[in-house]
Design a protein around this ligand. Structure first.
Ligand SMILES: Nc1ncnc2c1ncn2[C@@H]1O[C@H](COP(=O)(O)OP(=O)(O)O)[C@@H](O)[C@H]1O
Ligand SMILES: O=P([O-])([O-])O[C@@H]1[C@@H](O)[C@H](O)[C@@H](O)[C@H](O)[C@@H]1O
Length: 380
């Protein structure tokens, strides 16, 4: 259905392959009883967007139905007998008794699960289990830990349950999820502060590293022998959707580039903050990206990723210059607020093909009003 056209970036050759597993979905955002945006969604779409921005190569295993309506540059598996997963996000139904919850999510359509046999038959350095609608099964995660050196899991892929009548997303305890026994084979588990209430961080950190994101307050990393807070970046939030996904994309992208955990978590915080400033899937300013990539390259500590060598000792210590790295990333954000900008965007060129081009500024607010190339359905 959709083919990929990649314009090579001479000094930005994609590095080290990552396996992303999770379905794309259609997101409908509602406020005051009305739809204010419809966008491509799913953790897989936000993460691949960040990976493209950071020149990280990846393989995507994602399923959509016959009604999938967005142009994407990584082809999902089309299930002709199924519909694409759809989520409705209600921004004015947050439970006041739960300060962690900023929206109520309903899964109004589900797509097929991702089975072991859907995964590619080769090895990867990194795997990401990032389902949104219950599509990742315990056996799927089991195969991922077999074929990937280091697996990163978004807890939302494991603990979501869906109301039988209206699809309202509820969370179940991690222990009751059916995935608990696999945690010792997982490298990182990421949870938002709301989701972290459904696990015992003290217990889980004995088996795998845990990253808890705290919205505007940044994130916290827990490992067996320690923990640390990673400072946030400022943002003017217009839509929180995908912040956690983009965080994970930036975090893993940083690790793939050879950063230590605290520096990679800063890159995660940066992409989380860039995402909340736009509605739906964010577009990134080209100059901002170049600065981020230059800074990341300068910070690279290892020629290969640290867990390939099996040596964790240095990875959790904030390396010298961490604060300076944060300051330079913060400065890079200023570039995107300048008036004359250029942006990288994926433009549908003909039925079923997309191409990356550099174009005029992308203004997050504008996206809400006029839509964007990502938001534009493929014309039938
Ligand atoms: N309002 C905000 N300002 C700055 N950064 C934010 C904001 N909201 C989220 N982020 C960044 O995105 C990350 C993920 O956001 P969070 O809301 O915790 O996840 P989720 O989208 O899964 O609920 C945070 O750790 C932070 O780095
Ligand atoms: O906002 P976030 O928690 O990072 O992630 C979101 C999911 O929770 C949601 O189910 C999906 O519809 C969104 O597109 C996005 O992936």
């Amino acid at each position: 259905m959709v083919t990929t056209t990649t314009i090579p970036h001479p000094q930005n050759t994609p590095i080290q392959s990552v396996l992303i597993v999770g379905n794309y979905c259609h997101d409908v955002l509602l406020q005051g009883g009305a739809v204010f945006a419809e966008t491509l969604g799913g953790a897989a779409s936000f993460i691949s967007n960040v990976f493209t921005a950071l020149s990280v190569s990846f393989h995507l295993t994602s399923k959509v139905g016959f009604d999938f309506k967005y142009p994407v540059n990584h082809e999902p598996i089309l299930i002709p007998t199924s519909k694409t997963a759809v989520f409705h996000a209600y921004f004015d139904q947050g439970h006041t008794e739960n300060a962690h919850q900023d929206r109520v999510l309903k899964r109004v359509e589900a797509c097929d699960p991702i089975n072991q046999s859907d995964l590619p038959d080769r090895r990867f350095g990194f795997g990401m289990a990032v389902g949104v609608g219950g599509e990742i099964l315990p056996e799927t995660l089991e195969k991922m830990v077999e074929i990937c050196d280091a697996v990163f899991v978004d807890i939302q892929a494991l603990i979501r349950a869906f109301d039988k009548n209206d699809g309202t997303v509820k969370l179940v305890g991690l222990k009751e999820s059916g995935f608990y026994h696999l945690l010792p084979r997982v490298k990182f588990l990421k949870a938002s502060s709301e989701e972290a209430l459904f696990m015992d961080v003290e217990e889980v950190r004995q088996w795998c590293c845990v990253v808890v994101t705290h919205g505007k307050d940044g994130c916290e990393v827990y490992w067996k022998d320690g923990e640390m807070k990673i400072e946030p970046f400022g943002a003017n939030q217009v839509d929180p959707t995908g912040a956690g996904d983009s965080f994970l994309g930036g975090f893993v992208g940083g690790l793939v580039h050879g950063l230590a955990v605290p520096d990679a978590a800063l890159v995660g915080n940066l992409f989380g903050s860039l995402t909340v400033g736009q509605v739906g899937l964010p577009k990134f300013d080209l100059r901002l990206l170049q600065i981020i990539k230059d800074e990341v390259r300068r910070r690279k500590l290892h020629s290969t990723c640290w867990f390939e060598s099996g040596d964790d000792s240095m990875s959790f210590t904030k390396p010298g210059g961490h604060e300076e790295f944060r300051a330079s990333l913060a400065l890079s954000k200023l570039v995107s607020t300048c008036s004359v900008q250029e942006c990288v965007r994926d433009v549908p060129r003909s039925a079923g093909s997309v191409e990356q081009v550099i174009g005029p500024p992308c203004n997050g607010q504008q996206k809400l009003l006029v839509g964007s190339v990502y938001d534009e359905p493929i014309k039938q």
